[in-house]
Design a protein around this ligand. Structure first.
Ligand SMILES: Nc1nc2c(ncn2[C@@H]2O[C@H](COP(=O)(O)OP(=O)(O)O)[C@@H](O)[C@H]2O)c(=O)[nH]1
Ligand SMILES: [Mg+2]
Length: 255
């Protein structure tokens, strides 16, 4: 009876007011202040917070057998997400080539070789210091299905990383450019997102480490502040700790 009452009362509740009441809770879950302020403005007069948030959250879907370029800062989880997405496609009978176009970070090629042994995707690799665009181009040339392009997260200078990513994009014209974002970075990640979007242009996100930042309020901020979708989420080190983003499940956990 109490449950029914609370459901009925939450249905009738003003969504903006509910955001206001839950402000601290949302901040603690790593939803940005900008997002909260925006929600308070935009949700005025609307009812049922969960329903209106569901409309703001976007779950992206890769159409067909795409070429996907992965970008993001060092340690955000690009290489791991690539291995998991490769497995996800291979479980569905799709051929996958991974391009080891992070030719900068020591160990990055070996990391992909280890994943290849476990998962069995095709790997195109050159050597450290090679032109990342050339590696990516070769992978696309050999394409039999999906192509996933790994990239470096950091260079001697930021500028050269952005130039490198732009060059890859020019040369291979990926179907999707996806930014991998570490949920534990919280609102600090939003600044990075703006930079990558301005410089390289991104189509959406894969959000990682949701096993560490369990509420993952960053996802709400990403959707509200960029209007771009989240394609997949990652929540662990295992190859199957990975799935398409499900807004409904996410909201049940956040609120
Ligand atoms: N707990 C946890 N760790 C992750 C997840 N995704 C990646 N990692 C770890 O984060 C670290 C950096 O990942 P990596 O894929 O090398 O990042 P990259 O530099 O962007 O390629 C590694 O130790 C990964 O095992 C995740 O969803 N949960
Ligand atoms: Mg990497």
């Amino acid at each position: 009876m109490n449950l029914l009452k609370s459901i009925l009362s939450s249905l009738g509740k003003d969504a903006a007011k509910e955001v206001e009441e839950r402000e601290l809770e949302l901040l603690q879950a790593n939803v940005s202040l900008t997002t909260i302020e925006r929600l308070k403005e935009e949700l005025k007069g609307k009812k049922n917070l969960k329903e209106v948030l569901k409309d703001l959250l976007k779950s992206g879907k890769f159409e067909g057998t795409p070429v996907v370029l992965f970008v993001g800062t060092n340690g955000s989880g690009k290489t791991t997400a690539i291995a998991k997405l490769a497995k996800w496609y291979m479980d569905r009978g799709v051929h996958v080539i991974v391009a080891a176009a992070d030719t900068f970070r020591a160990g990055s090629i070996e990391q992909l070789e280890e994943w290849r042994e476990r998962i069995g995707f095709d790997l195109v690799k050159y050597h450290y210091g090679a032109d990342p665009a050339a590696v990516a181009y070769e992978a696309v040339k050999r394409r039999k299905g999906v192509v996933l392009i790994d990239t470096a997260g950091r260079q001697e200078t930021r500028r050269s990383l952005m130039e490198e990513l732009k060059k890859i994009k020019r040369v291979v014209k990926p179907d999707y450019t996806v930014m991998v974002v570490d949920a534990t970075q919280g609102v600090a990640a939003l600044e990075q997102v703006r930079k990558f979007d301005e410089e390289v242009g991104i189509d959406g996100f894969i959000v990682t480490k949701l096993d560490v930042d369990e509420k993952g309020g960053l996802i709400l901020s990403l959707c509200v502040e960029t209007g771009k979708p989240v394609f997949f989420v990652s929540y662990g080190q295992g190859p199957d700790d990975f799935s398409p983003f499900n807004p409904e499940e996410y909201l049940d956990n956040l609120l």
